[in-house]
Design a protein around this ligand. Sequence first.
Ligand code: C2E
Ligand code: CA
Ligand code: CA
Length: 256
Amino acid sequence: NRQFEVHYQPVIDLRTGRITKAEALLRWCHPEHGYISPLEFIPLAEETGLINKIGDWVFRQSTANAKHWSDRFTDNFQVSINLSPRQFKLDNHLFISEWESYLQGIGLAGDNVVVEITEGLLLNAEPDVIDKLLWLRDAGIQVAIDDFGTGYSSLSYLNKFDIDYLKIDKSFVSNLENSTNDTALCDAIILMAHTLGLKVIAEGVETGKQKQILVDSGCDFAQGYHFSRAVPADEFEALLNPESESVQPARTSRKS
Ligand code: C2E
Ligand code: CA
Ligand code: CA
């Protein structure tokens, strides 16, 4: 019924303060219930297998927007897309066979795209998972580990697979101001990532103080309500536009 919409949350380069990426976040705009969170319907879509079609739609929608924004604003603009483990299963043909040629068709380079996966997928990586990860690498698409630090404690997969970004989970970021332990954890994650040649994105940054602690720790990128919520494509484009007064930092941040 055309009730899905992709919203975009700006990701800020902490060295320059500019928006260089966006995370694509799916919204179901229900005529009666309003916006329904993906947390409510993604698990069901995974269970039924519908996630393959939905995920394919999200990929096409958000890469088409990324093409427009990379042409209009900055060449190295990246859109970051969440993938469910289910999408790496053998029965998902959409993914493997069609995305690379879709990107070629719209004229977007693979390195304008990042996929976000969770640690769990890599821990018990079966051959079909590994095949798809290799395919992503061959297409030049980058890989981010989402919710880093909340899952398993095995780190060996970081060396085994070609990973580009670690995303520090918001549960660590939200404690940065009152817990020296969480500050130490963030410091350690950033140091480890940089030593391995990975970049770090902090998520759930809600205050100026959290942002400053992350800047001081050498974190590369940040996203969160301090900068902006996820917004519809046209509003996101206004944030990217240098003429727009709300670019840096955006929207909710004036107070802090
Ligand atoms: P996620 O990937 O961890 O996405 C971050 C979630 O945190 C988003 O919730 C975002 O709106 C929210 N968030 C952003 N900044 C802040 C902040 O400063 N504070 C707080 N408290 N929250 C913040 P959202 O959009 O409800 O998405 C929930 C989850 O649904 C996502 O978690 C992701 O796992 C999943 N999801 C969203 N879109 C897709 C999709 O297209 N495909 C798949 N497979 N999963 C998706
Ligand atoms: Ca994510
Ligand atoms: Ca996350």
